[in-house]
Every structure is written in structure tokens, then in C-alpha cells.
Design a protein around this ligand. Structure first.
Ligand code: PLZ
Length: 454
């Protein structure tokens, strides 16, 4: 009889061979093994799920991805801002592995456990403002957005949701309606949720407006098209992610928050991409002096395991009735254990300083490159969240072809670079904080060569 209860007394973490933190290309990209896997995938995975770079990853550590053909890529995307403290961070791996051996699931809304509570304590401690805060844990960024909106509606008794141009909030039905860009996110997937109102944002490179003027444009648009008294919440990415890393003009976000407060509208910061130590502070909101009523987090908070959170003022979070919030896997014990380890790593290793270091190196190199290549219209971002917007010579018109060329050029040489922007004309740098300056400069050298080849 198979003994399903056989257990090893001492949980052990398998230790794969260490990965040198270096770029190494040994086959064509994608290589033969990746191509073979891709053939299998095409038969069983629909094209709606696409892959930017179909090299199949076997292992990863720090800032390096190793594919099944043995190619090593410098990862400047971190799985779109997820492995913020580095791939397979040892403390995270150990915490998750130990938790796997203890208990993998109970469902917090049936029988709770400490790690959920601890994550909520850490979020309360490390988010802006010293007011009382509470958190709900869920599985994905989109689910955090959905829950933030649910709670804001219950709290205010209003329906309207305000969002900004160029925003991205997810792929669920409500969040599709909140996104700016239709294709590929929502084309043909309607009908969509109603009561979503989209206002102009602050986009200094294109609108040239001061923060005050841009905020007046946003709020007067909402006052005219909805009316402040019908709005439950305004959901804002302090630095827009998929939209292209727009850093709003000085004073824009605080003016929006003041307007929300004056009108009883819940101010929600979607920090799913910008948060969790990426910008050199825990939250991008802190760079702008914001104290959001609610912060949405996901991606980086659990070091690669699925976890997301809605953290908000206790009196707002307490509005939802008992049983009104939850979900089977929300705040899963393994993800929660990983999240605790991520917070501990940030504190123990002063990882906020790494965000600032990467930002300084990146920004300087990219500004130097801009001197040589004026098709780099704008260099913007904070910390390990920096982008360049590429334009047609002598204009501010989008240059998506150059972005495609550069991303492909870099990939062929072992640098994984993400694109972004409503018009596909932004290259974004969203590396893990484990990326050393040597590796970063090596990657930037490849990108400089790409510009020369363009
Ligand atoms: N809010 C600000 O950046 C996710 C999308 C990847 P989920 N961005 C990456 C893709 O193409 O699906 C994101 C975000 C902001 C919400 C989300 C949604 O987070 O965890 O993907 O649901």
C-alpha cells in the first residue's frame, strides 16, 4: 500500500546549482529546446495568452534567468515587477518551503492562521500615515482593485469609479472597464461594467501642464461628467505602469487627494506595479507626500508567490459586512510566509537603498544616451522603475518600431527588456533590486549598441 502519510521529519529545501550573475548566450534565441516547447504549447495553450519572448525558463536566481537551452538573460523586467528582491531569494524560498511542510491551506475565512495577520500588521506598519489601517488579502492585482472598489462603494454608498487616461488595472470584467487601452485588453470582451469615468491624467512630456493645472483639468472634467457627489473612489497609479511610467507633475497627486477628501471620495493608490520597495521607498506615494485612503499592492509583495492586498483606513475597511470579503485562496499561508520574508529582507538588507542606486545608475546612463539619440524623447521614472519614450525624429509622435527593434536586439544578446505605453513606444526598466551595477551597465551597453544599430 502506498503510504500517503509518509513524511520526512526535517523539511529540506532543494539547492539547485548556483547561477552565475552573468549574461551568456549559447544558442540562437529562442534555442532549439525552447522552440520544441513552443510547438507543444501552441497545440494546447490558446493564442490569447501570448509571450513577449518565447524562451522557456528553467531556473532563475537574483537578476538572471536561465532558459532550457542554457542561455542566461539579464532580467530587466522581473516578471513585470514581481521578483523585486530577486529571483529565488533564499530567505523567501526557505520561508515558503517551511510553510509548505506545515500547512498549505485552511481558508482564512474558515479557520484562520497567524501569517495572514502578520502580513496585515506589516502592511499597516509600512504604508503611509500613522492612522489605524486594516488589510484584506487576495490573489491578484485585479482582485485587489475589485475589492478596493467594493469597499469604497460600501463605505460611501455611491457607485461612480473615477480612473485616469493611460491607466491599467487588470483583466477582470470591472478592471477591463477601468483600463485606458482597449486592444488587446478588452476588444470583443464586453459588455463591460458601468459607472467608470475616465479623466485626463498628468503627462508632463506631452501636456506641459503644472501639477495644479493638470489636477484642475482632471477634477473639473469629473465634476462636469459625473459630479463629485456620485463618485465612490478615484483610483490612481502614482506612477503609471503599463501606460508608460509617467511621473505626474509636482503637486498633481496631492491636489487630487485634497479634492477627493473635500468631496468624500475614497482616494485609492494602485501601487501594484510601483510599490513594495521598487522606487527606493516602500510606496511611490511617499515620493509625492501622499497618504492614500487605500493602497492596493500585489506583484512584489510575496517575492513571486501570488498575493495581493487592499490596505486602507480602518473606518473605511470596516464598512464591508462580515462575510462580504474573501475568496478561497486569498492570503494563502505559503504566499503569506513568503511576504513576511520579503518584508524582513527589505529591512535587514536596506533594499530601499538598492532601488535608489539602480535609479541613479539607470537615469544617468539613459540621459547620456538621450544626448546621442534624440529619438529618446523622454527619460522618466523613480528608482528601479524608469522608462524611455521613443519618438519619431523631430516630433513627439510614437516610435513603436524602434521599441520593437531594441527589445528584440537586446533579447538576442541576453537582455530581457519590457515594452510599455499606450502606443507601444516605451521601453521600461523594471529590474529586481538584486541587479548589481556591473550587470546593469552590461545590459545598458547592449542597449546602447542597439541604438547604434538602429
Ligand atoms: N494594477 C498598476 O500593473 C498588472 C499586467 C500583465 P494582476 N500589470 C501587469 C498582463 O499583461 O496581464 C497590474 C498593474 C497595476 C493592476 C494590475 C493587475 O494585476 O496581478 O495582473 O491582476
Amino acid at each position: 500500500m502506498t503510504d500517503l502519510l509518509a513524511a520526512s521529519a526535517t523539511p529540506s529545501v532543494s539547492t539547485a546549482a548556483p547561477i552565475d550573475q552573468e549574461r551568456r548566450i549559447v544558442t540562437a534565441v529562442p534555442g532549439p529546446k525552447s522552440r520544441a516547447l513552443h510547438e507543444r504549447r501552441l497545440a494546447v495553450v490558446p493564442p490569447g495568452v501570448s509571450s513577449a519572448l518565447p524562451v522557456y525558463i528553467d531556473r532563475a536566481h537574483g537578476a538572471i534567468l536561465v532558459d532550457v537551452d542554457g542561455n542566461q538573460f539579464i532580467d530587466l523586467g522581473a516578471g513585470i515587477g514581481v521578483t523585486t528582491i530577486g529571483h529565488t531569494n533564499q530567505a523567501v524560498v526557505e520561508a515558503a518551503a517551511a510553510q509548505l511542510h506545515n500547512v498549505t491551506h485552511t481558508l482564512f475565512t474558515i479557520t484562520p492562521y497567524e501569517s495572514y495577520v502578520r502580513v496585515a500588521e506589516l502592511l499597516a506598519e509600512h504604508t503611509p500615515g500613522d492612522h489605524a489601517k486594516k488589510s484584506v488579502l487576495v490573489n491578484s492585482g485585479a482582485e485587489a482593485v475589485e475589492n478596493g472598489v467594493k469597499i469604497a462603494r460600501k463605505h460611501t454608498g455611491r457607485n461612480g469609479i473615477a480612473v485616469l487616461e493611460h491607466a491599467y488595472h487588470g483583466r477582470t470584467n470591472l478592471t477591463m472597464a477601468m483600463n485606458f487601452k482597449a486592444s488587446p485588453y478588452s476588444t470583443g470582451f464586453g459588455p463591460f461594467a458601468g459607472d467608470v469615468y475616465r479623466a485626463p491624467n498628468s503627462y508632463p512630456y506631452h501636456d506641459g501642464l503644472s501639477g495644479t493645472d493638470a489636477a484642475r483639468q482632471t477634477t473639473s472634467y469629473l465634476e462636469k461628467t459625473v459630479g463629485a457627489t456620485d463618485l465612490a473612489c478615484l483610483v490612481v497609479e502614482p506612477i503609471q505602469g503599463e501606460g508608460g511610467f509617467m511621473v505626474p507633475a509636482d503637486g498633481y497627486l496631492t491636489a487630487l487627494q485634497e479634492w477627493c477628501t473635500a468631496n468624500g471620495i475614497v482616494f485609492i493608490a494602485d501601487e501594484i506595479q510601483s510599490g513594495m520597495a521598487r522606487t527606493g521607498k516602500y510606496w511611490a506615494s511617499e515620493h509625492f507626500g501622499l497618504v492614500p485612503d487605500m493602497i492596493l499592492s500585489a506583484k512584489g509583495i510575496a517575492g513571486g508567490l501570488p498575493l495581493a492586498a487592499v490596505t486602507g483606513r480602518a473606518e473605511i475597511m470596516d464598512s464591508a459586512q462580515p462575510g462580504g470579503l474573501g475568496g478561497t485562496f486569498g492570503g494563502n499561508p505559503v504566499s503569506a510566509a513568503a511576504a513576511i520574508a520579503v518584508f524582513e529582507q527589505i529591512e535587514a538588507n536596506d533594499l530601499l537603498a538598492e532601488g535608489a542606486r539602480i535609479g541613479a545608475t539607470l537615469t544617468k546612463a539613459l540621459l547620456d544616451l538621450q544626448q546621442l539619440y534624440p529619438i529618446i524623447g523622454d527619460v522618466r521614472g523613480i528608482g528601479a522603475m524608469v522608462a524611455i519614450e521613443l519618438v519619431l525624429p523631430g516630433t513627439k509622435e510614437p516610435n513603436a518600431d524602434a521599441v520593437k527593434f531594441l527589445a528584440d536586439y537586446a533579447a538576442q544578446r541576453g537582455v530581457l527588456l519590457l515594452t510599455a505605453g499606450t502606443y507601444g513606444n516605451v521601453l521600461r526598466f523594471l529590474p529586481s533590486l538584486a541587479l548589481g551595477d556591473d550587470l546593469l551597465l552590461d545590459a545598458l551597453g547592449v542597449i546602447a549598441d542597439g541604438f547604434a544599430a538602429l
